[in-house]
Design a protein. Structure first.
Lengths: 223, 342
C-alpha cells in the first residue's frame, strides 16, 4: 500500500504544469514564427529569447569552444531574419531551430578542426557530453548515487551519437521522429541507435553477471 | 486491462526506459496512467525496483544543469542586431555577382547557340551565282580563294565528313587559288581538291588555275602547280604550268596549247585582254559575261583583230574601245547591241 501511495506521488505532481506549458508553447511557437515571417521584429526577439540559451546548452554538448557556439547562434538568427521570406510557414519551430543550429554548428566545428588539422572531424567523430547532476536531492531514491554512477559509466560506453539521442529524447523530450529530423537520420536508424545504446545500459545494470555465474555453477555440477 | 499489465511482467529497467508509455507517464499526470502504474506494482511487486531505476535514469538525464554562457541573452541579441545590416549588404553583393554571372552565362550560351546555328547552316549545299557584269571573290571553308566571273555559278557541299576530297562544281568562268593542305610526304584523299566542270573533273593539290566553260568549250589554264584532268570517257591528262587545255564538249575533242597566262588572268583584274582576239571573241564576252545579245551586221568585221588590254569598268568601256579602234557604229537598245560598219 505504501509503495503504491509512494508511486502516485512520484508520477503525479512534478511534471503536470510543465507538460501543459509545453503544449501551450508549441502552439504559440508557431504563431510567433508566422508573425516573425511577415517581418514582426518583436516576435523574432521572442523566438530568440526563448531558444538562444537552450541552443547554447545543446551546442555545449558538442564543443567547449564558446566562440564557435556563439558564432553559430549568431549566424543562425541573422540568416533566419534575412531569409524569413523563404522559410516554410508550417514547421515545428523547435525541431527546425535545433536542426538548423546543429547543421551550422557542425560545419563550424569541422572548419575549425580543419584549420588546426585534426584528421577526422566528420560528424560521426564529434563528441557529445552528458553531464549528470551531482545534486541528487530532487530524486527520492536511496540508491540514487549508485544508479547515477552506473548510468554515467554506461553513457561513457555509448557512442557520441547514441548519447545525443538519449539527450534529445529525455532532456529535450523529443520524439524519435523529431530526433531523426534534427540529426538528419531516418527514424528507423534513430531507433536502431537508441536500442544499441540500451545494450550499454543492460551491461551495467542487468543481472547478467549473476545469471552467468549460476549457469556456470550448473555446468560444473557433476551429474 | 490484465493483458496490458501482463505485458510488463518481465520488464527490466531498460525496457521501462525504452517504453513510450512509461517515460511519458513520469511526465504526464493522467489519472489513468497513475492508476495503471500503481496497479502494475501491486500486481508485480518485483517490478518496482526496475521501474525506479528507469525513473531515476530519466530524472538524472532530465536534471542536467543547463550550461550558462558568458554572454547574456541581451548581449547576444545586440550582436545579432549589429550583424544583420552587414549580412544584408554582403548578400546584396553576392546577389549582384550571382546575377552578373548568370547574365553572362546566358549571354555566352546564346552566343554559342548562335554560332552553332550558323555553323549548322554552313552545312549542306552552298551555291554562289554571279549576275551579268558582276564579279565576286569567294573564300571556301578551307580558305581556298575562288574568283568568280560574271554569269557563273559555283557550288559545293559542306558536311561533317573530312576524309573526302574537297569538291566544287563550276559553271561559267572562275579563277582558283587552291590552298595546299597536304603535309610533306603524307598525301591523303582529303588533301585533294576537285573541280567538276561539264564532263571534266580537275584534280589538284594546291595550285592556281583558271577554268572557263562557255559555249560548250572548256578552257583550263594553269599558272602554278599541276592539274590532272579526267573525264568519264577515259580522258586523263596532266597539265603543266603555262599550258591551256581546251576541250570541246560536243566533239569530245581536246587540245593543249601554250598560253599567255596574263591574258587568262586579265579578267580577274577587271581587264579584258584582247591580244590576238578578233571581234568574235569580244562578242562572246559581251554575250556570256554581260548578257547582251550582239548583232554584227557585217560578218567580215568578226575576223578583225585587236591588240591590247581594255580596262573594263563596265560595258561602256568595251563598246568605246571597239567603236574607236574598229571604226564602227554601235547602237545599244535594251539588251541588244547592234554593230554595223560606219
Amino acid at each position: 500500500m505504501l509503495c503504491t501511495k509512494d508511486h502516485s506521488y512520484i508520477y503525479s505532481s512534478t511534471y503536470a504544469k510543465l507538460t501543459i506549458r509545453v503544449v501551450l508553447k508549441m502552439n504559440s511557437d508557431l504563431q510567433i514564427w508566422q508573425k516573425f515571417q511577415v517581418g514582426h521584429e518583436a516576435s523574432f526577439k521572442i523566438l530568440f529569447e526563448r531558444y538562444n540559451q537552450l541552443l547554447f546548452n545543446y551546442g555545449f554538448k558538442f564543443t567547449q569552444d564558446e566562440s564557435i557556439i556563439e558564432d553559430s547562434i549568431q549566424e543562425l538568427f541573422v540568416k533566419l531574419w534575412c531569409n524569413r521570406d523563404n522559410l516554410s510557414i508550417d514547421v515545428i519551430v523547435k525541431n527546425y531551430l535545433y536542426q538548423a543550429f546543429r547543421r551550422v554548428l557542425v560545419r563550424k566545428i569541422e572548419q575549425s578542426a580543419r584549420r588546426i588539422s585534426i584528421a577526422n572531424s566528420s560528424i560521426d567523430y564529434l563528441p557529445f557530453t552528458i553531464e549528470l547532476p551531482h545534486d541528487l536531492s530532487m530524486i527520492r531514491q536511496e540508491r540514487a548515487m549508485e544508479i547515477r554512477d552506473k548510468l554515467d559509466q554506461a553513457l561513457q560506453q555509448m557512442t557520441a551519437r547514441q548519447r545525443e539521442i538519449i539527450h534529445l529524447r529525455f532532456f529535450e523530450e523529443l520524439s524519435y521522429t523529431d530526433i531523426a529530423e534534427i540529426m538528419g537520420l531516418s527514424t528507423k536508424d534513430t531507433y536502431k541507435l537508441f536500442y544499441r545504446a540500451l545494450d550499454s545500459l543492460k551491461k551495467h545494470f542487468g543481472r547478467f553477471g549473476l545469471l552467468v555465474l549460476l549457469y556456470l555453477l550448473q555446468q560444473l555440477r557433476p551429474h | 486491462m490484465n493483458s496490458r499489465l501482463s505485458k510488463y511482467k518481465d520488464y527490466k529497467a531498460v525496457d521501462f526506459f525504452a517504453d513510450e508509455d512509461f517515460v511519458t507517464s513520469s511526465h504526464l499526470d493522467g489519472t489513468f496512467q497513475r492508476d495503471f502504474w500503481s496497479e502494475l506494482v501491486d500486481q508485480y511487486p518485483n517490478l518496482l525496483a526496475e521501474m525506479e531505476t528507469a525513473r531515476v535514469w530519466v530524472l538524472l538525464i532530465k536534471g542536467q544543469q543547463q550550461v550558462q554562457s558568458s554572454l547574456s541573452t541581451n548581449q547576444r541579441w545586440e550582436n545579432i542586431q549589429a550583424q544583420i545590416p552587414r549580412y544584408e549588404k554582403q548578400q546584396q553583393q553576392r546577389l549582384f555577382i550571382h546575377r552578373t554571372l548568370r547574365w553572362s552565362a546566358s549571354a555566352a550560351a546564346l552566343l554559342l547557340l548562335g554560332m552553332l546555328i550558323y555553323e549548322i547552316n554552313q552545312f549542306g549545299t552552298k551555291e554562289t551565282n554571279t549576275a551579268f557584269g558582276e564579279r565576286r571573290e569567294l573564300a571556301l571553308p578551307d580558305s581556298s580563294i575562288i574568283k568568280l566571273n560574271s554569269n557563273s555559278s559555283l557550288s559545293y557541299v559542306r558536311n561533317w565528313k573530312t576524309d573526302k576530297p574537297r569538291e566544287v562544281w563550276l559553271e561559267g568562268e572562275g579563277m582558283f587559288e587552291v590552298k595546299h593542305t597536304a603535309i610533306k610526304n603524307r598525301l591523303r584523299e582529303n588533301d585533294l581538291f576537285v573541280v567538276h566542270v561539264g564532263d571534266l573533273s580537275l584534280t589538284v593539290l594546291g595550285t592556281k588555275f583558271n577554268v572557263k566553260d562557255r559555249r560548250g568549250r572548256i578552257e583550263v589554264s594553269l599558272f602554278e602547280g599541276s592539274v590532272r584532268i579526267q573525264s568519264e570517257n577515259g580522258l586523263n591528262r596532266i597539265l603543266a604550268p603555262g599550258e591551256t587545255f581546251i576541250y570541246d564538249e560536243s566533239a569530245k575533242a581536246d587540245q593543249t596549247v601554250k598560253s599567255d597566262t596574263d591574258k587568262a588572268m586579265a579578267w580577274t583584274h577587271g581587264e579584258l585582254s584582247i591580244e590576238h582576239s578578233n571581234l568574235a571573241n569580244i562578242v562572246s564576252v559581251l554575250e556570256d559575261n554581260y548578257g547582251y545579245q550582239v548583232v554584227v551586221q557585217d560578218s567580215a568585221l568578226l575576223n578583225k583583230r585587236f591588240t591590247g588590254v581594255i580596262p573594263v569598268k563596265g560595258i561602256d568601256d568595251i563598246l568605246f574601245v571597239i567603236k574607236h579602234t574598229m571604226n564602227v557604229a554601235i547602237e545599244v537598245k535594251n539588251k541588244q547591241i547592234i554593230i554595223k560598219p560606219n
